[in-house]
Design a protein around this ligand. Structure first.
Ligand code: RB5
Length: 150
């Protein structure tokens, strides 16, 4: 099992804790950085992580201060469904209903211990498909329509 993770400078500590947690669960963690608290731009990290998610067809985790900027950036990429989650309920539904392939977290919003619980739910929950399949397909149609225009 592989998972890719990345954060800006605001999320480095949370990324470290989540990586330890995931490795204990047996995951191979691909760390796209950043590795220090020196300031970096979250879109650069989002882009690297989305590339791995799509190339390897694996889940991803992205962290910035609020989780907002990095999820907005990730969602610009065709095929990415990044869900900013602040609790276990939204993490569960992000998988069950939205087939989210990236979990976004805000290190200045969510405590690390709670983030680990959110991650645990996200990685252990499957897409329900069924009535949600058509809705996710419609998201893909929007991507197709607007990417073809640009
Ligand atoms: C960095 O200071 C901060 O803007 C970033 O981590 C994030 O919160 C952006 O959405």
């Amino acid at each position: 099992m592989k998972i890719v993770i990345g954060s800006d400078h605001a999320g480095v500590e949370m990324k470290r804790e989540i990586s330890i947690f995931l490795r204990k669960l047996g995951y191979e963690v691909i760390d796209c950085g950043t590795h220090t608290t020196d300031s970096v731009d979250y879109p650069d990290i989002a882009e690297q992580v989305t590339c791995e998610v799509l190339k390897q067809n694996i889940p991803g985790i992205l962290i910035c201060g609020t989780g907002i900027g990095i999820s907005i950036a990730a969602n610009k990429v065709d095929g990415i469904r990044a869900a900013l989650c602040t609790n276990e309920f939204t993490a569960r539904l992000a998988r069950q209903h939205n087939d989210a392939n990236i979990l976004a977290l805000g290190s200045r919003v969510t405590a690390v211990s709670y983030a680990l619980e959110i991650v645990d739910v996200f990685i252990k929950t499957d897409f329900e498909a069924g009535r949600h399949h058509n809705r996710v397909e419609k998201i893909k149609q929007i991507e197709k329509k607007y990417y073809e225009r640009s």
